[in-house]
Design a protein around this ligand. Structure first.
Ligand SMILES: CC(C)(COP(=O)(O)OP(=O)(O)OC[C@H]1O[C@@H](n2cnc3c(N)ncnc32)[C@H](O)[C@@H]1OP(=O)(O)O)[C@@H](O)C(=O)NCCC(=O)NCCS
Length: 163
């Protein structure tokens, strides 16, 4: 569990309800959704079990407002993977998504900065659709810099490297 000035970041549990998160079209259009909330929470819990890192749920005053945290990719294919399977090709991505009713309050930046301080990895990236201006702004505010453009199975993305 991580506390920031305004937020609480905690590990997801199977009984967490992601219904509002998956129903938020303004969020889902950028992250490949929507999908079944039960399948999604299983995936998030599974990432923690496989990698020891994963997405944190972000809470404001006890209410779930998003998720910020880590996904492991294989940089040979730019598919999601695990540290074990990808080995030296593993990349740790820091990602963010906040309910659209709470945008532009600095929550994504605050939560992502705290997650980045928590993880013990030398290299952290963020994969960002070049058209996603809000997300690029978060990356800039965190001091990340765009390096190369890659093609994931879903879309083109710029690789932002964190300091
Ligand atoms: C990207 C996202 C997480 C940002 O969340 P947030 O809590 O609003 O982020 P912050 O408030 O920390 O920062 C957002 C910045 O974008 C800016 N912004 C908002 N709308 C913008 C627009 N249309 N054009 C340019 N910048 C914009 C805000 O002004 C703010 O910058 P500032 O602090 O310099 O003013 C949120 O928009 C989201 O969940 N989007 C959908 C999911 C997504 O895209 N995730 C990232 C996938 S790579």
């Amino acid at each position: 569990m991580i506390r920031t000035e305004r937020l609480l970041l905690r590990k997801p549990q199977l009984d967490d309800d992601l219904a509002e998160f998956v129903a938020d079209d303004a969020v889902q259009r950028w992250i490949g959704g929507p999908e079944d909330p039960a399948a999604l929470i299983e995936r998030w819990v599974g990432r923690w079990e496989r990698n020891g890192v994963g997405p944190f749920l972000v809470e404001l005053d006890g209410r779930l407002i998003g998720r910020v945290g880590f996904i492991v990719w294989d940089n040979r294919t730019w598919e999601t993977s695990t540290y074990d399977l990808a080995g030296a090709h593993a990349e740790t991505e820091l990602g963010w998504a906040i309910l659209s009713s709470h945008w532009a309050n600095g929550y994504a930046t605050e939560a992502a900065r705290a997650a980045r301080e928590w993880i013990e990895r030398d290299r952290i990236i963020s994969l960002i659709d070049p058209a996603n201006v809000r997300s690029k702004r978060v990356a800039e505010k965190l001091g990340a810099r765009p390096t190369e453009r890659v093609t994931t199975p879903h879309a083109e993305a710029d690789v932002w490297v964190h300091p």
